[in-house]
Design a protein around this ligand. Structure first.
Ligand code: SF4
Ligand code: SF4
Length: 216
């Protein structure tokens, strides 16, 4: 199977990269000790990101951050647990800053297809599980760079995520992607009522339209 199709990607203009930096696989690195991870982050092109994990505890939906590495997004910091459809900082006018060999594996394994119907050839859950042994080191790095626990930083990013959803044009987002984002937003509204209220208060204060009214 052809993983790279420069012609198709050039014609497309990097739609996937405009939606956010691609994910790294554990196999992209030879050393993932705390020290090595810190050096990777200091290089400036990688961030710690979170995959929201939903569960039920005492009949309440909860959401916790599972930490991984991604290519960093424009205007976002080294700790960027949840950012909304923000362009990858490594997307240049000539395509990806990285040659194919050095590109994050999540990007290498997105198979280009016509009409942006690109698809991945791996199981994201399996790839995510490979990051499990590095959760402690990644959490310590969140603390080191932000002074906050991963949970606290994640909650702040959830507020920004809900706020941004209501304040940016959604026309560029494909129907499939938008439906997944809406599903994520709905789950976040249920799992994080306090952050939802904070985001809605900010939206109201700035006279933005509310996308959803939480139950009081
Ligand atoms: S992988 Fe798909 S979405 Fe990404 S640049 Fe290539 S054609 Fe466009
Ligand atoms: S690292 Fe390269 S392939 Fe991945 S999102 Fe950024 S520009 Fe696209």
């Amino acid at each position: 199977m052809e993983l790279e199709n420069k012609e198709l990607c050039k014609k497309c203009g990097g739609h996937c990269c405009q939606m956010g930096g691609c994910e790294y696989f554990v196999s992209d690195f030879t050393d993932l000790s705390f020290k090595a991870l810190d050096s990777i982050l200091k290089e400036g092109r990688v961030c710690i990101s979170a995959i929201p994990q939903f569960g039920i505890v005492n009949r309440k939906i909860i959401c916790t951050p599972f930490l991984t590495l991604r290519a960093r997004n424009i205007g976002r910091d080294v700790i960027d647990l949840l950012s909304f459809e923000t362009q990858c900082a490594s997307l240049t006018k000539d395509g990806c800053f990285y040659d194919f060999e050095h590109r994050p594996s999540g990007g290498k394994h997105l198979i280009p297809r016509p009409n942006k119907k690109c698809s991945i050839d791996y199981d994201p859950k399996e790839k995510m599980k490979e990051w499990m042994p590095y959760q402690n080191a990644l959490r310590k790095l969140v603390k080191k760079y932000t002074g906050k626990s991963a949970e606290v930083k994640f909650k702040e990013d959830i507020i920004d995520f809900i706020y941004t959803f209501s304040t940016i044009p959604l026309d560029n987002i494909s129907a499939d992607r938008l439906s997944k984002l809406k599903e994520l937003i709905e789950h976040l509204l249920l799992s994080n009522p306090d952050e939802t209220k904070a985001a809605f208060a900010r939206l109201k204060q700035e006279n933005h339209k509310l996308i959803y009214t939480p139950e009081e």
